[in-house]
Write a protein that binds this ligand. Structure first.
Ligand SMILES: Nc1ncnc2c1ncn2[C@@H]1O[C@H](COP(=O)(O)OP(=O)(O)OP(=O)(O)O)[C@@H](O)[C@H]1O
Length: 228
């Protein structure tokens, strides 16, 4: 696993879209091993916040600082107003799964997972040597029968599971998940809840959005309130 984050501190985050202030002066801290649900009404800015924390869009205001396990005394600035979060350059991993399935429809689940794995991990092993791990991850996600089927032919829930299979492989110490429970069935919900608990038990930080309250031990909640 890449270096482990012991604390992620968001300080004074703010964002405006279409001349509307979504949030401002937003402060929160996430500790290693915590699972935190970001709550808020439709349009409150949850996805916007998650995307900027994941480094997909710049931070409009505020900054994000992390402390690393074993080096807590020297916090590292990971993101600052006007720039995108520096996950890759800092050598820290962030696993982002957006509210869409995130899979390419022309590729199979196995090809999609391999593509994601290569983009996010430094691993010199040949594809053939990785195949077993990737197949196991897809098996965890309940896709044993569909591993080699083009994603275009899978159901919405199966496509979602193909994206979520990353959670069985990720080495990132921070996982940011936007509506991960969407489209998956009751068994899939339980599978995902247990997986998130297992990742947290390894000391990962999990930040997610969901419009229902997941059945997760020690779930923390942060409310994103609509600005006037
Ligand atoms: N790139 C953009 N340009 C203009 N407006 C945007 C952009 N991105 C988001 N918005 C607006 O910002 C607001 C917040 O959107 P966001 O998707 O973050 O909300 P959300 O809290 O995730 O909502 P939901 O619960 O419905 O998913 C919305 O009104 C949206 O239209």
């Amino acid at each position: 696993m890449s270096a482990k984050v012991s604390l992620l501190s968001a300080q004074g985050l703010g964002c405006e879209r279409n001349d509307r202030l979504l949030y401002s002066g937003l402060d929160f801290e996430l500790k290693a091993g915590e699972i935190c649900q970001l709550r808020g009404a439709n349009g409150a800015g949850k996805t916007t916040l998650l995307k900027s924390l994941a480094g997909l869009t710049p931070l409009q205001a505020g900054r994000v600082v992390v402390s690393l396990v074993g080096a807590e005394a020297v916090p590292m600035q990971l993101g600052v107003e006007g720039s995108t979060m520096n996950w890759s350059q800092s050598g820290l991993g962030c696993c982002f799964i957006g509210h869409r399935s995130g899979v390419k429809s022309l590729l199979t689940p196995l090809e999609n997972l391999l593509f994601w794995y290569r983009l996010n991990h430094h691993d010199s092993r040949a594809d053939s040597a990785l195949a077993e791990e990737l197949r196991a991850a897809l098996g965890w996600a309940g896709l044993e029968q569909s591993i080699d089927t083009q994603c275009a032919y899978l159901s919405a829930g199966q496509q979602r599971r193909a994206g979520l299979a990353r959670l069985a492989l990720t080495q990132a110490s921070v996982c940011i998940l936007d509506e991960p429970f969407t489209a998956i069935d009751a068994d899939g919900v339980v599978l995902l809840e247990r997986r998130l608990e297992a990742l947290a038990a390894e000391g990962r930080i999990i930040l997610l959005t969901s419009h229902h309250v997941p059945d997760i031990a020690n779930l923390r909640q942060i409310e994103l309130r609509q600005s006037a």
